[in-house]
Ligand binder design. Structure first.
Ligand code: NI
Ligand code: MN
Length: 226
């Protein structure tokens, strides 16, 4: 399974013949140069953790070009259905076996509204089981004891956690989250994009290291394999 960081909270996950795009926010990201051509992104599915603009800005354009199915909570799925896109609605605690693997929509503590104020349901994260790999994409979330439920269900190969603080967990809470989910391999996201969420990379990696964990920080466009 190949995971490519496309900036902020945008992920491209590829395995076999499948590609999943998570939370596309590319055209509005001040850290992204024009090297990522949105038109060339043709995922099979677009996974949305919540409705905030820094997670959904490029959904319509990419869905139009790719005919990707949008997977999210019920309210977000219906929002895009009304605009003529194909969607698959889920809600917290629900799993579904797709052609690419199994997906579960799990709790996140955050908020979720579209840029125009439309209600975006309750925010969530995803557990992805595909190609013998188990991945947790936390979405924007605070540290929550609900994370302790995850290792009762899955042994994670990698967890993708927000680490930028201010709007989500910061480094020290993400380290506790890593204990809760019993996964020591963490890919950090949701940092540096805006002034409020700038982090010191070296200190962040050191803090994870001191806790016996590994924090991966990818450059925009960089990939890792699990
Ligand atoms: Ni958000
Ligand atoms: Mn966000």
């Amino acid at each position: 399974m190949k995971i490519t960081f496309l900036g902020h909270a945008t992920l491209w996950i590829e395995f076999g013949q499948f590609s999943l795009l998570v939370d596309p926010f590319i055209s509005g990201n001040p850290k992204v140069s024009d090297t990522i051509a949105i038109k060339e992104l043709k995922p099979n599915y677009i996974l949305l953790t919540h409705a905030h603009q820094d997670h959904t800005l490029d959904v319509e354009e990419i869905a139009k070009n790719s005919k990707a199915v949008i997977i999210s909570n019920y309210e977000i799925a219906m929002y895009y259905e009304k605009l003529g896109f194909k969607s698959h609605p889920m809600n917290h605690g629900g799993s579904y076996t797709f052609d690419f693997g199994r997906l579960k929509y799990v709790q996140a503590i955050h908020s979720s509204s579209f840029a125009d104020g439309t209600y975006g349901g309750q925010p969530g994260g995803f557990l992805i089981e595909a190609k013998d790999k188990n991945l947790y994409v936390a979405g924007d979330t605070a540290l929550t004891t609900d994370m302790k439920l995850i290792p009762m269900q899955l042994t994670l190969d990698l967890a993708i956690l927000p680490i930028g603080d201010n709007f989500t967990m910061g480094i020290s809470d993400a380290i506790i989250a890593s204990d809760f989910i019993e996964c020591n391999k963490i890919l950090g996201y949701h940092y540096d994009t805006f002034g409020y969420i700038e982090i010191d990379h070296k200190m962040a990696k050191q803090a994870f290291n001191d806790a016996g964990k590994t924090l991966y920080l990818l450059a925009i466009g960089e990939s890792m394999m699990i």
